[in-house]
Write a protein that binds this ligand. Structure first.
Ligand SMILES: Cc1cc2nc3c(=O)[nH]c(=O)nc-3n(C[C@H](O)[C@H](O)[C@H](O)COP(=O)(O)OP(=O)(O)OC[C@H]3O[C@@H](n4cnc5c(N)ncnc54)[C@H](O)[C@@H]3O)c2cc1C
Length: 482
């Protein structure tokens, strides 16, 4: 079908003002911060939707005409997940679907639409005395997309990383799939994830490549009565990792971040120039712990007691409890909710390679990132590293499992830096896989997708078959997953 016929069909569904082929509008969706890994490309059409029926009809137009379609929640993933790979794609902007349909304090769930932002959900929940999971993503991101992509950075390990219970999904083939307890038309509600095989899980971590998720029910958590943010410093990453393992075994942290001096300097608001000159390095530990204790008054007292015993038995190299946290070196807000996104962005291009591994490997991986960085022209000292264990409390996940990020803040305009970054990224991923650190996608970003799928063998084949079953014409966000 010619483009004039498609735009006419789209306008017929959403109205003239909500479907556009205007160059200026398409340009706005054509690139993000990761343009060096995801080549900029304009979508052919931008469509803003407000309800499920419009989505159903648009999917039919797209599927009948084999036109690629890219769902966009808020579009702040900054890793190219909403950038088209094929000409003439439909960009499906879901921002207008931003209703919180229910906050159910009995079942501790919220049912939301795809355009609900994290900030919007937090504010609405707070009014009812509960909270959603809050990863450190910007408050403007789609809560929906973040949970679907298992937002983890800065999350509370006590909550685990899976917050989704059930979903409603529109497939390009015209079916509406309901997962979890909402699969049963007469069930009490969408509050339970279990219904035979985990179909909710099937759509998790998949960046719009199977269908358009139109509704999601997510877990809510109690607001803590008390929070205590505590800092410790270590001169050595290995010792810090061992200390973290001890703390996790004792179930002390609600949140625990191991942060190197660069990441801490960014959080603390040092300028890019100061960091480049390494001015803050002398004042900051090799590894700083941001440790958050949360719960009822009694819970926190109990945890403080356990911590005191641990510290007495094996004192950390620096005890930052006596005021250092409030002297500006350490931005407490960063760990209690709002993320210092501005601090990160002023550093230039933020490259992060994220994956899971056992905490006991932390020091080795920390050195690995630096070795590989040096080889590709990045000064050892500016290759940054942060880690957070994922296990603690009632949602224990698995042993020492830890989420880590090797990070680099670079000036993209420096000659050769992009090629060096690409080579650095490739070698890091290959080394992580070759050394058999437990590796898993954090998210299927362009930097890791092909290298990982090559090694997924028959499991990769099965995923391709599933994709083919759900999306036989390969129109759902092609090139971003399978
Ligand atoms: C400075 C900065 C810091 C960040 N820090 C963190 C952090 O600490 N922790 C963290 O978790 N994230 C972080 N992020 C990443 C970001 O917040 C998440 O990736 C975000 O939640 C996803 O972006 P979004 O919500 O706007 O979704 P989008 O960018 O709109 O979409 C992401 C992907 O999901 C797909 N998608 C969206 N909606 C649907 C739907 N309804 N159905 C099917 N597919 C859909 C899209 O096609 C796309 O592939 C950070 C981002 C920035 C800019």
């Amino acid at each position: 079908m010619a483009s004039d016929v498609i735009i006419k069909a789209l306008k017929g569904i959403v109205g003239d003002s909500n479907a556009s082929m205007s160059e200026a509008i398409r340009q706005a969706y054509s690139r993000d911060q990761n343009y060096m890994f995801n080549e900029p490309k304009q979508p052919g059409y931008v469509v803003r939707v407000t309800n499920k029926e419009e989505i159903r009809q648009i999917l039919k137009v797209a599927n009948d005409n084999k036109v690629p379609i890219i769902p966009l929640g808020q579009g702040v993933n900054i890793r190219g997940l909403c950038i088209p790979t094929r000409p003439g794609s439909i960009l499906l902007d879901l921002k207008g679907m931003n209703t919180i349909k229910e906050i159910n304090q009995d079942m501790m769930t919220a049912t939301i639409e795809p355009g609900v932002s994290l900030g919007q959900l937090v504010a609405a929940c707070r009014k009812k005395g509960v909270r959603p999971a809050v990863p450190g993503a910007p408050a403007t991101c789609s809560a929906f997309a973040n949970y679907m992509l298992r937002g983890v950075y800065h999350h509370n390990p006590q909550d685990g990383i899976d917050h989704v219970l059930s979903m409603e999904v529109e497939l390009p083939t015209g079916q509406t799939i309901r997962t979890g307890s909402s699969a049963i038309s007469t069930s009490y509600g969408p509050h339970c994830r279990y219904f035979g095989p985990d179909l909710t899980g099937l759509f998790m971590g998949v960046p719009g490549a199977f269908g358009v998720i139109t509704e999601m029910t997510v877990k809510l958590y109690d607001l803590p009565e008390r929070q205590e943010l505590i800092g410790f410093g270590f001169d050595d990453w290995k010792r810090a990792s061992e200390y973290a393992i001890d703390m996790m075994k004792l179930e002390i942290p609600s949140l625990l971040w191991l942060i190197d001096w660069i990441a801490l300097a960014v959080i603390a608001g040092f300028s890019r120039r100061q960091i480049k000159l390494k001015t803050p390095k002398a004042a900051l530990p090799v590894c700083t712990f941001a440790l958050l204790l949360e719960g009822t008054e009694e819970d926190v007292e109990l945890k403080l007691g356990k911590l005191e015993k641990l510290v007495k038995r094996a004192p950390p190299d620096q005890d930052l409890r006596d005021g250092a946290l409030s002297t500006g070196m350490f931005n407490a807000e960063e760990f209690l909710g709002g993320r210092n996104v501005a601090g990160m962005l002023k550093m230039g291009y933020y490259f992060a390679l994220a994956f899971f591994h056992p905490m006991s490997n932390g020091a080795e991986i920390f050195e690995m990132f630096k070795d590989i960085g040096e080889k590709h022209g990045f000064e050892r000292d500016i290759v940054s590293f942060v880690s957070t264990p994922t296990k603690s409390g009632p949602n224990n996940w698995s042993g020492q499992l830890t989420y880590s990020e090797g990070e680099l803040f670079v000036d993209q305009t420096e000659p050769g830096v992009i090629d060096n970054l690409k080579a650095f990224s490739k070698e890091c991923i290959e080394t992580i896989l070759d050394r058999r650190y437990i590796y898993s996608w954090f998210r299927p970003y362009a930097t890791v997708l092909d290298i990982t799928l090559e090694r997924a063998g028959e499991t990769g084949d099965l995923l391709r078959k599933i994709k083919n079953l759900l999306d036989p014409n390969d129109i759902m966000n092609p090139g971003k997953f399978l």
